[in-house]
Design a protein. Structure first.
Length: 674
């Protein structure tokens, strides 16, 4: 693999044996605004080597010149206030940018939330192909447009209109999905090009079993909706493949399938649960230790971001199983396990069958009282909306929130892979002092009682003949990489974290590194060109990752290096005997594998996460985590790598020339097949 820029001293890296992909930091653009969403959704415009960054704090989209990713700079922004709308109105100054996407020809789309979030929003369009971004106009969408994506062909924009309720549930708009037919030219679509899919076909008995619908205005006592299911479902994120949009309904724990041509919702696919009796979770932030264990809990997957890809002629969906609840002033489903049976809160107790056969560490039979202790299951945030037995007298199943994993599904909703406990298992080994830390403050074990590391962002990319998934952890931070070439046998490759845990982000966000990854974009090496010339800054030989970090307001660029591709696949091979004629990496005689991961990954990939972490802990976890965890559910508690392979010395004579020519032929043959 080619050499990579020096990572910060606090950079943490860990790899599986034989890892063929490595990530290293190239550079960052920092807004230095704490926890205000100053860098959320990112998109890459290859023709001009620009990166678009949603700045929720400013309500705009920032445009970065990322032609030199080691020194990205802000050049302009996409301003939507006053933009004319196709319905005859205009976008007001208080509209908030939530998401951005860009087509290869420079047509950009921005999802815009209305100043009153329960009102219909907009999608604003820009032409980025000129010297300055040109506003083209907007079309109306549904309530709270939360994400916008293009299909691969650039013929449609898909907008997930989340339709969140007002805080008091006085208003709860229907969740919908807008499909916008786009013109071939770089221009705004017409309002009649917007078709909207709703969920009214799934009211009443038509709702598939396993799709979570509850709460709403009726439970809040603010009205009786005509379409309760449609008001309840809240589209979060979309991906498009095969002419259909697959849309996460996070709180409902389902995926909606929308046909783009007709803009109709074809089906809802429930996603099931993570069985914590088989997949261990750490469920308490009050036991002063890492304690990954099995418990009688089913935890809803509830993915946020979703991606799609074709592998081996079949289409697959990838989900980041973050978890989320309905938690509003007018209605909240969130409780803790210790609350069950509380007469004050009007909650039914746990059924005796839940603890049947369970034992305490001393071998005695576990009681419900034992189970609800804070050092056991009592602290875990769960939902009160599911799990009651038939007569409603007790909770026969305890349902948690979030899968703490990523999953791969086929397009019929069948799960073919889940990472299970990998994220907690590996971070426990690599970052034991900061295991399950919150993103807004560096601490120990603070998020174990909620949703753990909270996988939020997910991306997929092709490197050589292999396919990789990149998953961002919203709370503890960092990016996991998995080889998903064989989806059912996906394998962990590496984990990196560019967060400085020695700094509290609120106190010194400029020195905090990266926290709260919200979105990830993989840029293949073929797209790292500007007007036909290579980027000024050297990215990885396999491409680049761009990560938007909402808590630290940082947009960070990672080199993606891989032994699966040559150092520079764009250069023609030569028969120069001083170079490696094959262009393939060879074993580095000095880079022997070790049992200890290194902070600057200069050698071979490290072993499974059973040794010492790259970021060495200085103390054992304190019995008094600082700051102290909150008692309320859901609260936050506020260089480049050296080349592998020996340098080949100068060779003389006919044998060297023949070797060089043969190597070049092999290189060319491989290049043609990729």
């Amino acid at each position: 693999m080619p050499a990579t820029a020096a990572n910060p001293d606090y950079f943490t890296s860990h790899s599986a044996p034989g890892a063929e992909v490595e990530l290293s930091v190239l550079g960052s653009h920092r807004a230095d605004i704490f926890d205000a969403g100053a860098a959320e959704i990112v998109a890459h415009y290859a023709a001009k080597q620009q990166t678009l960054v949603v700045n929720a704090e400013a309500g705009t989209v920032q445009v970065l010149d990322s032609s030199d990713p080691e020194n990205p700079t802000a050049v302009t922004e996409l301003k939507t206030a006053g933009m004319s709308s196709a319905d005859g109105a205009s976008v007001p100054a208080g509209a908030v940018a939530n998401s951005v996407a860009v087509r290869a020809d420079g047509l950009a789309a921005v999802a815009l939330e209305a100043p009153t979030k329960t009102d219909d929003g907009w999608v604003g369009f820009f032409d980025l192909s000129g010297d300055e971004p040109k506003p083209l106009g907007a079309v109306r969408a549904g309530a709270l447009p939360d994400s916008v994506v293009f299909d691969d062909e650039g013929t449609h924009a898909v907008i997930a209109n989340e339709g969140e309720p007002a805080e008091d549930y006085s208003v709860d708009p229907e969740g919908t999905v807008s499909a916008v037919a786009l013109p071939e030219a770089v221009q705004a679509p017409r309002q009649e090009d917007v078709k909207t899919a709703d969920f009214r076909a799934f009211e009443g008995d038509a709702l598939p079993e396993g799709v979570r619908v509850f709460g709403g205005r009726e439970d809040a006592g603010t009205g009786t909706p005509e379409y309760p299911v449609s008001e309840n479902l809240e589209p979060e994120y979309s991906t498009v493949i095969g002419g259909k949009a697959y849309v996460t309904l996070q709180e409902a724990n389902a995926i909606a399938v929308v046909d783009l041509a007709s803009a109709t919702t074809e089906k809802l696919m429930p996603l099931g649960t993570q069985d914590v009796s088989e997949v261990p979770f750490d469920v308490s932030n009050k036991d002063d230790k890492i304690n990954r264990a099995n418990w009688p809990v089913q935890s809803f997957l509830q993915p946020d971001t979703i991606r799609s890809i074709e592998i081996g002629g079949r289409d697959y969906l990838l989900t980041a199983n973050e978890g989320d609840t309905r938690d509003w002033d007018g209605y909240s489903e969130e409780i803790r396990v210790k609350d069950l049976g509380s007469e004050k809160k009007g909650l039914a107790p746990i059924c005796e069958s839940v603890v049947e056969g369970m034992t305490n560490p001393d071998g005695s039979s576990m009681t419900i009282e034992d189970l609800q202790k804070e050092e056991n299951l009592g602290r875990l945030t769960i939902t009160k909306a599911n799990g009651l037995n038939e007569d409603g007298s007790c909770y026969e199943t305890i349902y948690g929130v979030g899968g703490r994993s990523f999953s791969i599904f086929d397009t019929d909703g069948k799960q073919v892979f889940d990472s299970a406990d990998d994220f907690e298992r590996i971070t426990a080994e690599v970052l034991p002092k900061n295991f399950n830390s919150n993103n807004s403050e560096s601490n120990f074990d603070n998020r174990s009682d909620d949703k753990g590391p909270e996988p939020e962002a997910i991306e997929v990319g092709q490197i050589g003949e292999k396919t990789y998934a990149f998953i961002g952890m919203e709370r503890i931070g960092g990016i996991f990489v998995y080889d998903i070439t064989d989806p059912a046998k996906s394998e962990y490759v590496t984990y990196v974290n560019n967060r400085n845990f020695a700094v509290q982000p609120e106190d010194n966000v400029a020195e905090a590194g990266d926290s709260g990854p919200e979105s990830i974009v993989f840029v293949p090496s073929a797209d790292l060109k500007a007007d036909g010339a290579a980027t000024a800054g050297e990215a990885g030989n396999a491409g680049m990752l761009i990560v938007g970090n909402e808590v630290t307001g940082s947009t960070t660029f990672y080199a993606v290096d891989s032994s699966l591709v040559g150092d520079d696949p764009t250069e023609e091979p030569t028969a120069d005997p001083t170079d490696d004629p094959t262009g393939e990496p060879t074993d580095d005689p000095t880079g022997e594998p070790t049992d200890t991961p290194t902070t600057d990954p200069t050698g071979e990939p490290t072993t499974e996460p059973t040794g010492e972490p790259t970021q060495q802990p200085t103390d054992s976890p304190s019995a008094e985590p600082s700051p102290k965890p909150s008692d309320e559910p859901g609260e936050d508690g506020k260089g480049r790598l050296p080349r592998t392979g020996a340098q080949i010395g100068a060779l003389a004579g006919l044998g060297a020339l023949l070797a060089a020519a043969g190597g070049a032929a092999v290189w060319m043959a491989r290049r043609r097949s990729s």
